[in-house]
Write a protein that binds this ligand. Structure first.
Ligand code: ZN
Length: 329
């Protein structure tokens, strides 16, 4: 319980709820560590995921040999050790799964650091923020593994860790979350991408809709985007897909789906694009919905997302520290 209270205290002291819900929608733990003046460095550790120095020294090291979700959870776990003033720790195994993991023989400090990490990265208010901004409901959507997968991407956590939070915050009962956890994430990805798959098995498929307008997408360089936008095709409007091509995106698929049940003439259609982002994967892309015979007007609907598909931290200082110190990214 001390660990959870400590995580909430850090949220409060750094005003993270306001900052995160008004911006990226996920907690940047590397930035937090920098703001707390705790040295953080990434190294190609092979025998450990991360470590922290004992008090009164302060310092955290995280491996470069894992994906971004594991790096984030490891950093949050080490931050827990520092905040809770534990003796130094070298962590070979970090349980991103909270109560799903057997705790029987584990050191109490390790259990506390995991509890800190889970509460720090996945607070209840962050679930509420995404559920509200997507217009999801607990009964109508959160029992659907596709929705929970999309929620996990937006929170910057694994599917498993996101399931854990659904139980621990009592958003869904244990039995229903156990059913969600049985679904293989690979199947959720392949359903979304259709015949197109991300280039590697750990990359993700983001389903972006009008609800994501203005959002920031933080992911991996090989992630695929499935963009589903309502389109007033019956009134001659179309999303200008050329803007994506111009920004270096490869459009793998471009379809329109109409509601057939009932078939409504002139009703809005849904334009579905599957796109592979350019190699750099960083920048803002804006699409406009314009009338075919018009010249484009300032009040035409627009859809814009900021992409940061940089993947794991690669070594040395974190990207957040480099930004803060004005160094080259
Ligand atoms: Zn530890």
């Amino acid at each position: 319980m001390d660990a959870i209270a400590a995580a909430k205290r850090v949220h409060r002291e750094l005003d993270l709820q306001r900052r995160v819900t008004g911006d990226a929608g996920q907690i940047d733990v590397f930035e937090t560590i920098g703001e707390l003046d705790i040295p953080l460095v990434f190294k190609p550790l092979t025998s450990a995921l991360g470590l922290c120095l004992p008090a009164p020294l302060r310092g955290i090291m995280v491996t470069t040999r894992r994906g971004l979700h594991i790096q984030r959870f490891t950093a949050a776990h080490e931050l827990g050790h520092v905040i809770l003033e534990h003796h130094g720790s070298v962590d070979c195994e970090i349980l991103e799964r909270g109560p799903f993991a057997p705790t029987g023989s584990r050191d109490l400090q390790e259990v506390a650091a995991d509890a800190f990490a889970a509460e720090f990265l996945l607070p209840r208010w962050l679930y509420r923020h995404h559920i509200r901004s997507q217009g999801w409901t607990v009964n109508g959507h959160l029992r659907n593994p596709d929705v929970v997968y999309q929620l996990s991407l937006r929170m910057g956590a694994s599917y498993e860790a996101t399931c854990w939070g659904l139980v621990s915050h009592q958003i869904l009962p244990q039995g229903e979350v156990d059913a969600l956890r049985k679904v293989p994430v690979a199947r959720l990805k392949s359903k979304l991408g259709g015949e197109f798959k991300p280039r590697n098995s750990w990359a993700d498929v983001w389903r972006l809709t009008n609800k994501d307008n203005g959002a920031r997408v933080v992911g991996n360089p090989d992630d695929l985007l499935r963009i589903e936008l309502e389109e007033a095709a019956g009134s001659g409007y179309q999303w200008e897909v050329e803007a994506l091509r111009g920004a270096g995106y490869l459009i793998l698929s471009d379809e329109s789906a109409f509601s057939r049940d009932p078939l409504l003439y002139g009703a809005r259609a849904v334009r579905i694009l599957i796109a592979r982002p350019p190699a750099a994967g960083v920048g803002t892309v804006t699409l406009r919905e314009t009338q075919l015979w018009g010249n484009g007007a300032a009040d035409d609907p627009a859809f814009s997302v900021a992409l940061a598909l940089q993947g794991p931290e690669l070594g040395g200082l974190s990207r957040a520290d480099r930004r803060r110190l004005g160094l080259q990214p």
